[in-house]
Design a protein. Structure first.
Length: 202
């Protein structure tokens, strides 16, 4: 079952970033969150961790969470059980090298899952994380205003929000996040990791 938000009375939201780590955009996001006094969750691709381990380490050292986003970003529903487990475990190994522990949560590439995929994730002990602001489509570079408007509509206690820091030009996403973190902290929201948000569930 895909978790897109958490039922909580706490004024807290989780920003999540897919497809990194990226040597340009991930550090920009880390600066934004340092300024906002918040934490985020980065759903990293194994291949990208292997390419940029120092960026992954920076994310971890600054107190953010790293989630499993597969090794090669395939559509998991098209893989055999063995291939699917390999996608998870190879990424898990790399995350362990960076953080000392395995990822607490997983986000499926393209959010593509079915009963078989979800059963494997459950067996592996991974909550499957979605997001509320899918309409922002920030990966399509639809413009900062579009990302802002569609995301603002989905902000409430317990929202999980998705953006991208990997693959392609992510400057619009970074700009939108810069604005959103300022707005949300100014109106009293705490920016927390997905694991923290799950612990706030009522």
């Amino acid at each position: 079952m895909l978790i897109q938000s958490v039922n909580t009375s706490s004024k807290a939201v989780a920003f999540t970033f897919d497809d990194g780590p990226n040597p340009v955009y991930t550090p920009e996001l880390l600066e934004i969150f340092a300024e906002a006094g918040g934490k985020a969750t980065f759903y990293m691709i194994g291949e990208q961790i292997a390419a940029h381990p120092e960026v992954a380490r920076l994310v971890h050292e600054q107190g953010h969470e790293i989630g499993n986003h597969s090794y090669t970003h395939p559509n998991m529903t098209e893989l055999s059980d063995e291939e699917l487990e390999s996608e998870l475990s190879r990424t898990e190994e790399l995350i362990k090298q960076v953080t000392g522990t395995r990822a607490a949560t997983m986000r499926l590439p393209y959010l593509a899952g079915d009963e078989r995929v979800q059963a494997i994730l459950e067996r592996e002990g991974y909550p499957s994380i979605g997001a509320l602001n899918m309409d922002a489509k920030d990966w399509d570079m639809p413009g900062v205003d579009h990302i802002l408007e569609t995301t603002r509509r989905e902000v409430r206690n317990g929202s999980i929000l998705i953006f991208h820091d990997g693959f392609g030009d992510r400057s619009q996403s970074v700009e939108a996040v810069r604005v959103l973190t300022k707005e949300l902290t100014a109106s009293g929201y705490r920016l927390v990791t997905v694991s923290e948000l799950l612990r706030l569930a009522e």
